[in-house]
Design a protein around this ligand. Sequence first.
Ligand code: 5AD
Ligand code: SF4
Length: 462
Amino acid sequence: MMQLLGLSYHLRTFGCQMNQHDSERVAGMLDSLGALPVQKAEEADIVVFLTCCVREAADVRVLGQVASLKNMPTPTGGKRLIAVGGCLAQRDGVKIVEQVPHIDIVFGTYNVASLPSLIEAALAGQGAQVEVLEQNQALSTVLPTTELPSRREQFWHAWLPIMTGCNNYCSYCIVPYVRGREISRPFDEILREVDTLLSDGVIEITLLGQNVNSFGRDLYGETRFAELLRRIGDSGIQRLRFVTSHPKDLSLETIEAFAETKAVMPHLQLPVQSGSNRILAAMNRSYTVEQYLALVDAVRQAAAAAGKGDGSYQGAVALSTDIIVGFPGETETDFQATCDLAKAVGFAQAFTFIYSRRAGTPAAELVDDTPAEVIQDRFQRLVAAVQQSAWQQNQLEAGRVNQVLVEGVSKRDPLMLAGRSEKNTTVHAPLPAGSSADEFVGRVLPMRIDTAKTWYLQGELI
Ligand code: 5AD
Ligand code: SF4
């Protein structure tokens, strides 16, 4: 295999955790070939973009960043290689190099492992390299993903993909078209990877999939996510998380496994998207507001009964969600219903998005005459409602001791340790005098919470 000794590279990652994990694999491959990671694109001979196309804003940003690299000199004065991977690459393929000729490499979501050979060909002056396989062509070559080296962003944390793709076809969403149908990884292969991660000293694993609740259905004819949670929970891993859950596939069995498995952290990301039954139907989400609220109740009851979090109904588990504002045809009444639902649930966190029309999805065909200002105004009101509920949820922690996995120091204050509580809330605590943050990073430590803000908790190491 070729070597990239003496060449520097820079990675820019957009979008979801699947891309973050892919970028760790790209880093692992380039490192193993001797290339050197650098912090700035200006300093790099090779710049790799892992792109997202879930919303238009992400596409536009990537292409803007690529354009800005066009005439920028490299540190060695040679030509800079620009590689574009991820979902935009999968969607647009060769069109990307036709539109932006200074892009050298386009690699699809199934072609991450080919990046080194594409770089080699591009360096050898063989012109633009495009490798974008369709899922059916790729199946024999891409899985398992384990065989690629990976350089983890943090030594204590690992992303662990348990499946790829999505079969749900929510009417607004491009993901099923760029990530393909659901393919689960074999149970035993996942457990083996858990063992490897444990022996590497990882203390927190986040299981990844577009819809982890349906894990196993394609391979075993039935979902085995509950069993997977329990088995990984028994492995000795300290903290286990997973994203994302589709409400329609969150079974009672999974809720029980979530509640009863001690290593599974008391935090659940459960995207609701809308609080209006009419809009949920138009989105093809396959559940109603009433069913969603019943699920939340079942999760809270099970988690409280199992003594998760603070063991109380409201404080046993932190719920977070995704919400889309301005789906075609959304009325003020529909929107109000979404705000009401957000208040009723009491989300600890919510990712809020303005609907973005994605060509090729069913919703792109719907007409909508809601003025952009009206949607913007609804978005602001939703953000305010979500902030209010996050603040309220955080108040439950004031005066309590949280177990915090220290990640580093606060961006704004190098004398302030920053980490994540079990409920996935950011916690800040002053660095003890005379010590260095490195002594604490990657450890789970108890902190007493003094003050609860909207987006973080302020505490003290005990
Ligand atoms: N417009 C806006 N938000 C979207 N999402 C997915 N597709 C779109 C779209 N077309 C949001 C959903 C999903 C999250 C990852 O992104 O809320 O849960
Ligand atoms: Fe997109 Fe829906 Fe699949 Fe999530 S469940 S990736 S929103 S189609």
